[in-house]
Design a protein around this ligand. Structure first.
Ligand SMILES: Cc1ncc(COP(=O)(O)O)c(C=O)c1O
Length: 419
C-alpha cells in the first residue's frame, strides 16, 4: 500500500516511466521561479513545449506559400484535419470514419442535435443529468424551444438520490422505462464535470436504445482522461473539447463522433456547407450538394489551421505514450491523492468522486465542510491551482502527463495546514 511520506512520493516519481513527460510541458511558475502545483487540467491543460513549433510551421508555410499552403508544405491545409483523425479516434476508442475535429463543443452539440434530435408531438423529451454543465442545459433548452416545446416540461433530469451526489444507472433505467415513449434524446456527460463520475456509456446506450431514444454523450471531461471506447459503447453521437485533457490551448477546436451505423445515412437531416460536400468535387463549384460519409459529413467550413496545429502537437504526444499507459499512471496518481486525503485527520473533508477507479478519471471533487472561497484563495496563494465550485467543493485533477506524485503530496500537506 501507499505511504504518507515525501520520500515515498519521490520514490513513486522515480519509478514512474512517464515522469519524463513533465519536461515536455511549460509549467507555470510563481515570481520566485517555483513551479505551480497545477491541478486544473480539467479546465485548461498546460501547453506542450512542442506546440509552438507546430504553429510556427504553419505560420512559416503561410509566409512562404500564401494560398498555395493549401497544397504545399509538409502538412498542406486542404486535408489538414485528416492528419488528426486517426490519433483522435484512438484517444476516444472510435473508428477513423466516426471522428472529425471541427468547431467547438457547444456548436457541435447543436449540429448533432440538428440531426439526432428529431422530436415528434409524442416523443420529444430530453434527458440530462441534473448536474449537467450549464452550456449543455442551455443548449438542450434552446433545442426544445426551437422545436416549439416548453423548456421545463420537455426536460427530464436524471438526479442523484436524496442525500447522495452520484448518479445511479438504475435510476436512469427507471426514467426511461417509465417515460421512454415520450423521450427522444438522452444527452449525458460521460464524465460529470462536477463530481468526476465516469458513467457506463454502453449501459446508457442500451437503456436509451431499448426505448428507441437517441443517445448522445458530452465527453468534455473524458477525452484524454479516460479510455471511453465510443464505438463499442454504441452511443449514437458524442462531442468534446480539446482544451482540457487534450492540452490544445484555450478555446481550441472540438472533436465529434458519429457512430458508424449512421455513417452513410444520407437521409439524416443536417446543415450543409462546402466542407461536408464530397471532397472530390468540392472545387468544381455549381455542384448539387453531395454529403460525405461519416463524421466528416457534419463539417461546414474550412477549419482554422493554427488551432489544428496545436491539436496535432498534442495528439502526437498521446500517440507516442498511448492511453493505456496514461490511464495506468492516472489510476495510481489519483489513488495516491485519495489515500493522502484520507490520511488527514478531520471530519470536514469528503471526496464526492467515486472511489472505484473504473468509475472516475483523474479528477477528485473534494467537499470541505464549513469552507468558503477563502480556502481556494489560500491554496492559490500557496501556488496550488485548483478550481472552486460553490458552495464548498474543490475540484482537483492530477494529470498523468505532467503532474507528479510529489505534486499531490505537497498539495495535501498544504491543504492539511490550511484546515
Ligand atoms: C461538460 C462541458 N460541456 C460543455 C462545455 C462548453 O464548452 P465550449 O465552450 O467549448 O462550447 C464545457 C466547458 O468547459 C464542459 O465542461
Amino acid at each position: 500500500m501507499f505511504k504518507n511520506t515525501l520520500d515515498y512520493a519521490i520514490q513513486l516519481d522515480k519509478e514512474d516511466k512517464l515522469a519524463h513527460l513533465r519536461e515536455e510541458f511549460h509549467i507555470p511558475k510563481d515570481k520566485d521561479g517555483n513551479d505551480w502545483l497545477y491541478f486544473t487540467g480539467n479546465s485548461l491543460g498546460l501547453q506542450p513545449k512542442k506546440t509552438r513549433g507546430y504553429i510556427q510551421q504553419e505560420l512559416d508555410d503561410w509566409a512562404n506559400y500564401g494560398v498555395e499552403g493549401h497544397f504545399e508544405g509538409e502538412t498542406p491545409w486542404l486535408p489538414y484535419h485528416e492528419f488528426l483523425t486517426d490519433k483522435m479516434a484512438k484517444v476516444v476508442g472510435a473508428k477513423p470514419l466516426e471522428v472529425v475535429v471541427m468547431n467547438t463543443l457547444t456548436t457541435n452539440l447543436h449540429l448533432l442535435m440538428v440531426s439526432f434530435y428529431r422530436p415528434t408531438k409524442k416523443k420529444y423529451k430530453i434527458v440530462i443529468e441534473s448536474d449537467a454543465f450549464p452550456s449543455d442545459r442551455y443548449a438542450v433548452g434552446s433545442q426544445l424551444k426551437f422545436h416549439g416545446f416548453d423548456t421545463e416540461e420537455g426536460l427530464i433530469e436524471w438526479k442523484p438520490r436524496e442525500g447522495e451526489e452520484l448518479l445511479r444507472i438504475e435510476d436512469l433505467e427507471n426514467i426511461v422505462e417509465e417515460e421512454g415513449d415520450e423521450i427522444a434524446l438522452l444527452l449525458i456527460g460521460g464524465v460529470n464535470y462536477y463530481t468526476g463520475q465516469y458513467l457506463d456509456l454502453k449501459k446508457i446506450a442500451d437503456i436509451g436504445h431499448a426505448k428507441d431514444c437517441v443517445v448522445g454523450i458530452d465527453l468534455a471531461h473524458g477525452a484524454g482522461n479516460i479510455s471511453p471506447k465510443l464505438h463499442k459503447s454504441g452511443v449514437d453521437f458524442a462531442a468534446w473539447c480539446t482544451y482540457k485533457y487534450l492540452n490544445s490551448g484555450p478555446g481550441s477546436l472540438g472533436g465529434l463522433f458519429v457512430h458508424e451505423k449512421h455513417a452513410d445515412n444520407k437521409e439524416l437531416p443536417r446543415f450543409a456547407g462546402w466542407w461536408n460536400h464530397n471532397k472530390e468535387t468540392r472545387f468544381n463549384m455549381r455542384q448539387p450538394f453531395d454529403v460525405m460519409d461519416g463524421a466528416e459529413g457534419w463539417q461546414l467550413s474550412n477549419p482554422p489551421i493554427l488551432s489544428m496545429a496545436a491539436i496535432r502537437a498534442s495528439l502526437d504526444m498521446f500517440e507516442e505514450v498511448g492511453m493505456k499507459d496514461l490511464r495506468e499512471k492516472s489510476e495510481k496518481l489519483t489513488g495516491y491523492f485519495e489515500y493522502l486525503i484520507g490520511q488527514i485527520e478531520t471530519d470536514r473533508i469528503r471526496i464526492i468522486t467515486p472511489s472505484n477507479p473504473k468509475e472516475r478519471g483523474c479528477q477528485l471533487s473534494i467537499q470541505v465542510k464549513n469552507a468558503d472561497k477563502n480556502l481556494h484563495k489560500k491554496l492559490t496563494e500557496n501556488n496550488i491551482i485548483t478550481d472552486w465550485r460553490e458552495p464548498d467543493v474543490i475540484r482537483c485533477a492530477p494529470v498523468p502527463m505532467y503532474n507528479s506524485f510529489q505534486d499531490v503530496f505537497k498539495m495535501v500537506e498544504i491543504l492539511k495546514d490550511l484546515l
